[in-house]
Design a protein around this ligand. Structure first.
Ligand SMILES: [Zn+2]
Length: 465
């Protein structure tokens, strides 16, 4: 039987974080009352003229630089013509032949080295308004009693990032999306929240036999807004396409919906002919020629990106552990501790499991972490509790040494055992859970200063007798 491979390309859309819309001065505000953030430009009154949002252009260039894209010297806005009730102009202003960001690449760190996903382009456009289908059961057009349009969203700056069809599995698609999302968020250009609709993706899936050149017709999943469903949708598409080819069928390019209940794709509409949007350069806008100084300034503003940080930490830990630290935003804390002599494994554990601390407390926390085996639990927890909000002095906590001296603990334990003969019998009768009761008593008696590890050992030994 043939060996099949998935061929996946992703088109990711994110709303850019700007104060105002793409081509007018209306405020961008989520949750504002319907149709209160509109003006003649975004409602497409005759004669109203668009003016591009400089911040949105800067955000797009920043993303392009992060994805190693060629930044255009001459980008052109274009009209994409189509009719829809949420598109009052009858066209969307987008970029077509000359996008702001051309070919680039995104590297996904893995245990086996970097996986390279090619970037075809990243361009800037405006989002359409939002149609709400009301009165039906499904929330979809069919079956709705009426539809309403909220123009607040119309004209929101939208960045579209188009990957090349380099993705070979659902798992890789999700790793690409997660790292891309984190990169976008850390660049500060978008919140990229799928639940809020500020990030969504079109997913293109086809399959081919391993070793085969060229591409077979693809299925498109539009406007996906959940990582889980994107992963399942890709897997379902691959399953269904392979089954069809193995049954001797041919497939055509179509748009599909993912049905989570059936875990299957159902055809949305088949494309008898390619969409024809009659693109042409937007006559109301001059081309964008980003000055080199601007591009270089933005390059200088790029933070150290998540992929680079994973690669760096993977030299100390596994790629999986590095990825976990970075994707949860805990790598900075681990780095601070590692720089102060805490071994990486411990630094990672502390960063993942203990409360946050102020950067200024890094040295004190590192000293406390290094001494943790000798400190009382109280001192250790107390240091972390304080370190999140005020500057702490390590010495104060380091003085609280746990009592691990058996000579000191012996009499305490003896007297507790003597005072609780019933529980001693219970333990010796096989119910080892009672040990916790004794440990609790010892901790109480010593004011929390006993080393629990030593107490456990001593108790077990004495109860054996
Ligand atoms: Zn407006």
């Amino acid at each position: 039987m043939a060996e099949w491979e998935a061929v996946v390309g992703l088109e990711v859309h994110v709303h850019l974080k700007t104060r105002t819309k793409m081509f007018c001065r209306c405020a961008l505000e989520y949750g504002a009352h319907e149709n209160t953030r509109t003006c003649p430009v975004c409602l497409a009154f005759p004669g109203a003229l668009p003016v591009p949002n400089a911040k949105a252009i800067e955000h797009t260039i920043k993303l392009g630089l992060a994805l190693e894209c060629e930044i255009a010297e001459h980008a052109v806005f274009a009209r994409k013509n189509y009719f829809y009730p949420d598109l009052p102009k009858g066209y969307q202003i987008s970029q077509y032949e000359k996008p702001l960001c051309g070919r680039g690449r995104f590297l996904l760190p893995t245990a086996g080295g970097d996986e390279e996903i090619g970037i075809e382009r990243a361009h800037l456009e405006e989002d359409a308004a939002k149609t709400v289908h009301a009165g039906g059961e499904t929330g979809r057009t069919i079956g709705a009693e009426y539809s309403l349009v909220d123009f607040n969203r119309g004209g929101t700056p939208l960045l579209e990032i188009v990957s090349r069809p380099d993705i070979r599995s659902a798992d890789q698609a999700l790793r690409y999306l997660r790292l891309l999302r984190q990169t976008i968020v850390e660049l500060g250009i978008s919140d990229a929240e799928m639940e809020k609709g500020t990030m969504r993706a079109d997913v293109n899936v086809s399959v081919r036999e391993r070793g085969e050149n060229g591409f077979r017709p693809r299925w498109e999943l539009k406007n996906m807004n959940s990582f889980t469903f994107i992963g399942r949708g890709i897997e379902a598409a691959v399953r269904q396409q392979v089954a069809a080819y193995e049954a001797g069928k041919t497939l055509e390019q179509s748009t599909y919906d993912y049905d989570p209940d059936l875990d299957r794709l159902t055809v949305h509409r088949s494309k008898e002919e390619a969409d024809d949007y009659r693109y042409f350069p937007e006559p109301d806008l001059v081309p964008v020629d980003p000055p080199r100084e601007l591009v270089e300034r933005l390059r200088g503003e790029l933070p150290k990106l998540p992929a680079a940080r994973i690669r760096r930490i993977a030299k100390e830990l596994s790629v999986a552990a590095a990825d976990e630290l970075v994707s949860t935003g805990n790598d900075h804390k681990a780095q601070l501790l590692a720089e102060r002599g805490v071994d990486w494994q411990t630094a990672a554990n502390v960063a993942m499991n203990e409360p946050d601390f102020l950067d200024a407390n890094a040295a004190a926390i590192a000293a406390i972490v290094k001494a943790r085996d000798t400190l009382t639990r109280e001192a250790y927890d107390g240091a972390f509790a304080a370190a999140r909000s005020v500057s702490i002095d390590a010495a104060e906590y380091l003085a609280q040494i746990a009592v691990s001296d058996t000579g000191e603990l012996d009499p305490v334990i003896e007297s507790i055992l003597a005072a609780n003969p019933q529980q001693v019998e219970t333990y010796r009768g096989g119910k080892e859970g009672v040990l916790g009761f004794f440990v609790g008593q010892v901790m109480k008696e010593t004011g929390g200063k006993a080393d629990p590890k030593v107490v456990n050992e001593l108790l077990r030994e004495k109860l054996k007798a």
